[in-house]
Design a binder for this molecule. Structure first.
Ligand code: AGP
Length: 581
């Protein structure tokens, strides 16, 4: 996934674009580039992160420009493969987020017609196709409208050309939002680079092409003029900054009481679709942390409402669709995860009712699903999901409560207080144990099994320590062979019908030399005496214990990663939203 930014207005474009790309680095950061129009096209692009760059891009001149921060899909990260890409004449520049699936054939045809390619990317074919179309159309908008039907795959494109006082934008299956300022316009992958300048947004739909001049935005869909609503985004610019925290991730962990509080209240009886209220079975499609949130929901809903819940990895569902019927829920923080979107489209083919749970207004998933419930987590910048995960649980727990006639309403309305309580827990002893671990196992039962999955995902994705989450009863069926003093186990052992068997599992692991860090209810002396490190959680409702245990596991991963000097907000090899399959 990549980030794109465009600007046209009264100010110099380059500084605005560079700052915008820095806000979008969480979408990809292996290379970057900017192009502006100043008579001809000025271009500056490099391998590496824009936030580490010399700042040469800022010196480009002109009041029209486009920029790109890359997560490589075709072609290694280097100066040549960085966007923007140019046509043969150097008069046309293109930035792109997505994948042009038929680029190889297009490239072969273009080369046979004499075009010279400089890069290994799929995107460059767009620049040369626009070059050809422009030669006949003599108009950039018409040229782009002629080219986009030739492309298969996904794209959010921004195109500029010498002699054209406008930016042409086109969107299909990759997000693209336009910002409407005072005498200036913006285009970007999402609102984070725009919100500092304006809260007025137009979200393009798949198949839209926009002509953005100094005076106005004209929108087209399949060649016909079309209108899209002007929306007001209630994020503040401050929301997308660190606010004094050392990392976005810690800031977002500390924002979780508010995220939970807001998200619980965002789900009301009025907006809950009948297909949810009357659900006889639920299929959940998601990836990564969103999948783990769905698995927690499975335990809660099946245990309280006896409604069967099926979980599918989105990446599997599309190619191996189960005999699905009824309500399908797609959970996606970004709303742009390609696997989840493809799978939800597949589910709709089976005439299922689709519900999206997402954090991003105007995101692709919200335009595909029959219904959408928006989490109110606010922008999540760090690659690791934290407040968005808790916000997903807030929505899912609120659904569970509605299906039990509001049984958990009070619990959920106060859930943020317990989250606040554990934020300040001192985990330094547990962190020390994790810092030198060869592997870390996380075990739990019931909803604390997916809590273990999520805790291990956080640990591995930001500390780079191998970590695995297991249903506690499963560890003895093989993984016990891996236990040693170098493989600490994080065990979640809360009161209830599995307490006794969890205690037995913990003793078995201790007997094999593994140090055990246990999360348990405060005051549990029996547990604290058995384990190496005991982390007490407040005595609360089981739903809230799920939340507080997650906060602890997020913090454990965060401080371990900091202790290992990892790039916490932009871990190696990852991106915030994976918009490619
Ligand atoms: C979680 O910390 C990761 N960032 C990743 O697993 C993420 O949850 C997954 O890519 C799904 O993203 P989505 O919720 O935006 O669809």
């Amino acid at each position: 996934m990549c980030g794109i930014v465009g600007y046209i207005g009264l100010r110099e474009a380059a500084p605005i674009i560079v700052e915008g790309l820095k806000r979008l680095e969480y979408r990809g950061y292996d290379s970057f580039g900017v192009a502006t129009i100043s008579g001809g096209i000025e271009l500056d692009k490099h391998q590496g992160r824009i936030s580490d760059s010399s700042g040469s891009a800022i010196r480009l001149t002109g009041k029209i420009g486009i920029g790109h921060t890359r997560w490589a899909t075709h072609g290694v990260p280097n100066d040549i493969n960085a966007h923007p890409h140019m046509d043969c004449s150097g008069r046309i520049a293109v930035v792109h987020n997505g994948i042009i699936e038929n680029y190889a054939e297009l490239k072969r045809q273009l080369i046979s017609r004499g075009h010279i390619f400089r890069s290994e990317t799929d995107t460059e074919v767009v620049a040369h196709l626009v070059e050809e179309a422009y030669a006949s159309e003599k108009d950039l908008l018409s040229a782009v409208q002629k080219v986009v039907p030739m492309l298969t795959g996904s794209y959010a494109l921004l195109v500029i050309a010498t002699g054209e006082d406008r930016i042409i934008a086109a969107r299909y299956a990759s997000p693209l939002v336009l910002g409407v300022g005072d005498g200036e316009f913006f285009a970007a992958s999402d609102m984070t680079p725009v919100i500092d300048h304006t809260e007025r947004a137009i979200f393009l739909e798949d198949g839209d092409v926009a002509s953005i001049s100094h005076e106005k935005i004209d929108l087209f869909h399949e060649g016909k003029t079309v209108q899209r609503p002007l929306e007001l985004i209630d994020w503040s610019g401050e929301d997308t900054k660190k606010g004094g925290f050392p990392h976005y991730m810690l800031k977002e962990i500390y924002e979780q009481p508010q995220a939970f509080y807001n998200s619980v209240r965002s789900v009301t009886g009025e907006i809950l679709p009948a297909s949810v209220k009357n659900a006889e079975s639920v299929t959940i499609i998601a990836c990564g942390s969103s999948y783990n949130a769905g698995l927690i929901f499975k335990y809660l809903l099946e245990n309280t409402c006896a409604i069967p819940v099926r979980l599918d990895f989105a990446s599997e569902f599309k190619y191996f669709p189960p005999p699905v019927r009824g309500l399908v829920i797609g959970i996606s923080q970004s709303g742009e995860t390609a696997d989840t979107i493809s799978a939800l489209k597949q589910a709709k083919v089976h005439n299922c009712t689709s519900l999206a749970i997402t954090n991003v207004l105007g995101s692709s998933i919200s335009r595909i699903a029959d219904f959408t419930l928006f989490m109110r987590a606010g922008p999540e910048i760090s690659v690791a999901a934290t407040k968005s995960f808790i916000a997903q649980l807030a929505v899912l727990m609120q659904i569970t409560s509605f299906l039990r006639n509001g049984e958990f309403e009070d619990v959920l309305r106060k859930g943020h207080q317990a989250i606040e309580e554990v934020l300040l827990m001192d985990l330094s002893e547990a962190v020390r144990l994790c810092l030198n671990a060869r592997s870390i196992f996380y075990v739990g039962r019931g909803p604390f099994y997916p809590v273990s999955l999520e805790g291990s995902l956080k640990m591995k994705e930001i500390s780079y320590i191998h970590a695995e989450g297991y249903a506690a009863g499963e560890l003895k069926h093989g993984p016990f062979a891996l236990l040693s003093p170098e493989t600490p186990v994080v065990a979640i052992c809360m009161p209830g019908e599995t307490y006794g068997v969890m205690m037995s599992n913990i003793k078995e692991m201790k007997a094999r030399g593994a140090p055990v860090i246990a999360l348990g209810e405060e005051g549990d002396l029996e547990l604290s005496e058995v384990v190496d490190i005991f982390i007490p959680l407040p005595v609360t409702h089981p739903f809230v214990q799920v939340l507080t245990s997650l906060i602890i596991l997020q913090l454990l991963a965060y401080y371990t990663a900091v202790g290992l000097n990892r790039d916490v907000d932009k871990p190696r090899n990852l991106a915030k939203s994976v918009t490619v399959e």
